[in-house]
Design a protein around this ligand. Sequence first.
Ligand code: F6R
Length: 598
Amino acid sequence: MCGIIGYVGKLSAKNEILAGLKMLEYRGYDSAGICCFEKGELKLIKKKGKVDTLIEVCKDKLKDVHCGIGHTRWATHGDPSDKNAHPFLSENNNVCIVHNGIIENFETLKGNLQKQGVRFRSETDSEVIAQLLQKSKCESELKKVQELSNMLVGSYAIAILFKGLENQIFAIRKNSPLIVGKSKDGYYLSSDVNALVDKTTEYHIMEEDEIVWIDNEDCYAFNKNLQAKEITYLPMNLSKQDISRGTFEHYMLKEIMQVPMAIKMTINECESIINPYNKLPKDLIRDVKHLTIIGCGTAFNAGMTAEHYARERDIIVECVYASEYRYRKFLSQENELCIFISQSGETADTIEALKIAKEHQIPTIVITNVSTSTINKLADYVIPTKAGPEIAVASTKAYNAQITALYNLMDYIYCVKNKINCRTCILKDKLYDVVNKLENYNFDKIDELSQLILENERVFFIGRGVDYATSQEASLKLKEISNIHSESLYAGELKHGTLALIDENTVVIVIATQKHLFDKTMNSIYEIKARGAKVVLVTQFDVQTDAIDMLISIPTTDQAIMAEISIYPMQMLAYKTAVLKGLDPDKPRNLAKSVTVE
Ligand code: F6R
């Protein structure tokens, strides 16, 4: 949520910052802005809308600048508008800031400043940062930044320019990511590594409460007490190809096509010598009595899929949304293990939920796709998914990678508990077969189904058991990128209320991959058909009945892992429906990737 970029060096700061903002745009696209030192003055340009609008406005401006900061916004406080766009200048135009996160005590701070006569120009929480720095009486800019970090409550990654200190950028972070990139042509600041690919050879992930001071020559880091710290740089191991769209029209399409690769790479990880499962202490796993899986959105849905898989192996799992786990009454359970799932590893609710588990001394495992993420540093054990960078806002390949990792983890727990030798991935052959089938999957009916959805008023996804988890994920995908109202529910629950909404303008997509539940699900289909809805069945079984308007056939595998397959046409359905509606699937309305605010 919100992307920050900064540059100081030999190259054109304008070009570097605007290119960085394009790469960070998936974190928010309500407005964008840039501020650079131009002839000693802080020159600010910002505009409501996407980064391309800003690029257009900047065309003949900021020609010879070598230091600046930029921002692409996902609105939290204040509507998307020019005045609420970042960067923010202080009242006297001597300080400029960009901010990602939420300043929870901004109303108090703002009230105090207003009493001192400071006039604000925006409705945001962020502007208070610039005004506080302007008002500071500290003798050095570094001390002003330190004082600021002591005053702010909430989450923040902040980059700051001070008039008079040309070609210098200050930065701080707490609960929001910020990275320093190093190259022969200068230094960069960025909210994520992706924006630094091809620009830098090394990067440093700023730690909590770290203060950084960058100039033309070097980068200096300090702790909260302003003691100098040594900076650890990591080699940049991503290539431009990893993060580019290539020949695909959208990132989401590229990432759907990479689902088989994401599964394969995640299996290979546990086959390698760095097998992450082997790092889990055997006695811990053997004694586990209660598994809690925690995540948000798609990551939570992956957890629900695994819950069924675990149950079949006599492992009790409870899935909880991170935003609920944080605030519900904590009850201690004997030998509990918490598993956190997060593609980005930066989701604020998931990170806070993990901190709570740690406070209660519960061992924590994180399943994540970004090895450098905040959550990795906090968790006791890490199981990586190997989906590669996921740029589209709607998660697809990471979901399949997450359920692959969860299947492996549940198998591992089952084996340890039952004293079965389990050195490699038990599902390896079956999952490779799934990979092969997905690589050859034909999406030929999906255009027709997208059309059907657009001709109707509402969509329901239903399923029983693990197919309900898939329905949840399919429904989330469709609604988030096509803005079509869709709901998912347990097939058996329809007649307890929702059937009242079923009419001839409704499409019901039924996911039925579990043999022992198939006849029961067919009963639901007849009930729906009797109310005039269009019924679409997603299944690997051969079915002959007039009750179905469209059959989406999927390849078969062990029914325990059918969720890897059944979601695949549904991911494409969401994509195609958005495109058919003329929407940009990579930038869904009101959403952004990496939800770093609560
Ligand atoms: C939906 C989607 C979101 C994320 C959720 C958690 O397509 O992408 O629901 O799954 O915001 O994000 P991570 O996995 O990064 O914690």
